[in-house]
Design a protein around this ligand. Structure first.
Ligand SMILES: Nc1ncnc2c1ncn2[C@@H]1O[C@H](COP(=O)(O)OP(=O)(O)OP(=O)(O)O)[C@@H](O)[C@H]1O
Length: 304
């Protein structure tokens, strides 16, 4: 499914004087879940809409398998999209909604049942849409996107409004779809969720790319913000020893614990050994994605 690659190249969208998306370039690979992250107003929705030919770019372009969405021969079989909480005719049942979409798109009728089963909505097939919870509406939206069995799935904030159980379900589904070789691009501001869900991350702020890479590459690129936690019954001696080490910043954290930034754990260990200081604990605490994200997007998250 190599033709499921998404390439965004120099994409720009100007709304009057707002640069919603600003010369943005990144790629999204098949067989992986890619988290598209950014603070509110970063330009995620605008980017996804340009990708799907719903908004015309001011400059640059976006392709799926080498072609613009508008040029795809059979877009509904190639790309499934869930852009907002699914809407459907309120009095229609879930299954009928999917049958109507199937008929309009020319998909075989039984795809409606299959897609409903895929999202676990079979028991609610004959209930009316107006009685569906937000979580059920999200599921129905995904079912509709999957009717054409697309290689590429694009979802804008799919976890919005879901309870923890619903979020876990969504995570398992998206991972399994990626494991089948599909391209899964998911926008979100739920960073902890992305850390568990995504293989790759594309982080934007104020319309611009901030970072792209695997989750661990992005974390590693921020490794300098990691801190070393060290516990010793000789905190005063260790503080003195570390003061001699350039770049070390030491913050006492009570109970014999020192938090050290600017140097790695082996450096702290060597300083302790040299000063004959006994250590009871020495660990590197990596920043979590929430902290990385806030640092990467600091100052750019202003409401625009
Ligand atoms: N149709 C429009 N007309 C004018 N400005 C717009 C339009 N659509 C989006 N914008 C502006 O473009 C910027 C990016 O918006 P966008 O919705 O793409 O961000 P987002 O990252 O999806 O944010 P959120 O997480 O809040 O949905 C914002 O400043 C927004 O106000």
């Amino acid at each position: 499914m190599a033709d499921g690659q998404i390439v965004v190249s120099g994409l720009t969208k100007l709304y009057k004087n707002v640069r919603a998306v600003d010369n943005l370039s990144f790629t999204v690979e098949p067989g992986r879940v890619t988290g598209f992250l950014g603070p509110n107003g970063a330009g995620k929705t605008t980017t996804l809409r340009m990708l799907l030919n719903l908004v015309k770019p001011t400059a640059g372009d976006a392709t799926i398998g080498g072609q613009r969405y508008a040029d795809l021969a059979d877009p509904l079989r190639r790309v499934g999209a869930v852009l907002e909480a699914s809407s459907a005719h309120k009095g229609r049942t879930g299954i009928n909604h999917l049958r109507v979409v199937c008929a309009a798109a020319g998909f075989p009728r039984q795809r409606a049942e299959e897609a409903l089963a895929l999202v676990g909505l079979t028991p609610a097939a004959k209930r009316k849409f107006k009685g569906y919870s937000l979580g059920m509406r999200q599921r129905l939206g995904i079912a509709a996107a999957m009717l054409g069995d697309p290689q590429v799935l694009i979802l804008d904030e799919p976890a919005n409004g879901l309870d923890p159980e619903g979020i876990r379900w969504m995570r398992d589904l998206l991972k399994s779809l990626a494991a089948q070789g599909r391209t899964v691009l998911v926008s979100s501001h739920l960073l902890s969720e992305m850390q568990q869900l995504a293989d790759d991350l594309v982080i934007i702020a104020a319309g611009k790319l901030v970072r792209q890479g695997t989750v661990s590459q992005v974390m590693d690129s921020m490794a300098h913000t990691a801190q070393v936690r060290v516990r010793t019954p000789q905190a005063t001696e260790l503080t003195e020893a570390l003061r001699a080490v350039e770049q070390a910043t030491i913050t006492p954290n009570g109970d014999g614990v020192l938090l050290v930034t600017g140097v790695d754990a082996p450096t702290v260990g060597r300083a302790a050994l040299k000063a004959s200081v006994e250590l009871h604990e020495l660990t590197t605490e990596r920043p979590d994605l929430e902290r990385v994200f806030l640092e990467l997007t600091a100052g750019k998250a202003a409401i625009r």
